[in-house]
Design a protein around this ligand. Structure first.
Ligand code: FE
Length: 288
């Protein structure tokens, strides 16, 4: 009925989700303008359909589920889940200076709505009024969105602990996605929201298995995140780490993205590229 349609149009809605790796070297290559080098060109080209899709759908807000790599949080106090509520977010210095990227714009009202809704849905998040963002957040952002002179979208950082055990389970991350969906659906403003889950895919950057990747396992993850994500929620951290390398456990953040989508989204893009030490995966899914 028209009245119901009108009411729906005045609420926020999730228009799609993106799963993406966040390899820091991509940031260096981007900043140095080396997009056409043979080793890197396939990475940047894979994002072109996603950039076109985002430009056409023009989301107002990007919720970015990512992990901080000791740039803003440190091991003396490391929250399991943290959500930003700032008006703007600075660029973290990861040890080689601040990258030449514009600061990111937040959305104060939406962020506080999200925090309230998550806490009342029993996710006891850490609420952050200031945050600085590292490559876990920034690399997928500049792969997906233009940023000159400014980003076209406001952001809400959702940081997940995937580096200091004990980590949240994959199932917990998936259910966080449900709770994010519930919050977005209840925000009384006509806003289009896209959600990104970043990290992974297979990689191990230390120890005897340095350089371990498992392309078959990564491809199976890409299959399942699209069509049967619940089958991924029972995989333990140990199993992910054994199969795909210790740092592949970052993939649990893709489950938050997927948990925020409906059962049968339309695939916009899927890509996999693994020439070096990390399986670089990409999936973009549009809500029906
Ligand atoms: Fe990472």
């Amino acid at each position: 009925p028209p009245a119901r349609r009108r009411r729906r149009a005045e609420l926020a809605r999730i228009i799609g989700g993106i799963g993406s790796s966040h390899v820091p070297s991509i940031g260096v290559v981007h900043d140095q303008g080396r997009h056409d080098e043979p080793a890197w060109k396939p990475v940047f080209e894979a994002y072109e359909p996603v950039r076109a899709w985002l430009e056409e759908r023009a989301p107002d807000i990007a919720i970015v589920v990512y992990n901080d790599h000791g740039s803003d949080f440190f091991f003396d106090r490391y929250p399991t889940f943290a959500v930003g509520t700032a008006d703007h977010y600075g660029i973290a210095d990861e040890g080689w200076g601040t990258r030449p990227l514009p600061e990111l714009r937040g959305n104060y009202e939406f962020s506080w709505h999200l925090c309230n809704s998550l806490v009342y849905d029993e996710f006891d998040i850490t609420i952050c009024q200031e945050m600085k963002l590292d490559h876990g957040f920034l690399v997928p952002m500049h792969l997906c969105f233009p940023h000159e002179p400014d980003w076209p979208v406001a952001v809400v950082p959702v940081a997940v602990n995937v580096i200091q055990h004990p980590l949240p389970t994959g199932l917990r991350c998936y259910r966080l996605g449900h709770a994010i969906r519930h919050a977005v659906d209840g925000f009384p403003e006509d806003l289009k929201v896209v959600i990104l889950g970043t990290g992974g895919m297979s990689h191990q950057l230390h120890g005897a298995r340095f350089g371990h990747i498992n392309p078959d396992w990564d491809q199976a993850w890409l299959d399942k995140i699209e069509t049967e994500p619940e089958s991924l929620t029972s995989i333990t951290h140990q199993e992910i780490m054994e199969q795909a390398g210790a740092e592949a456990v970052e993939l649990i953040m893709w489950l938050t993205m997927r948990g925020a989508l409906g059962p049968a989204p339309r695939r916009v893009q899927r890509n996999y590229y693994a020439p070096m030490t990390t399986g670089m995966g990409l999936i973009a899914l549009e809500e029906n």
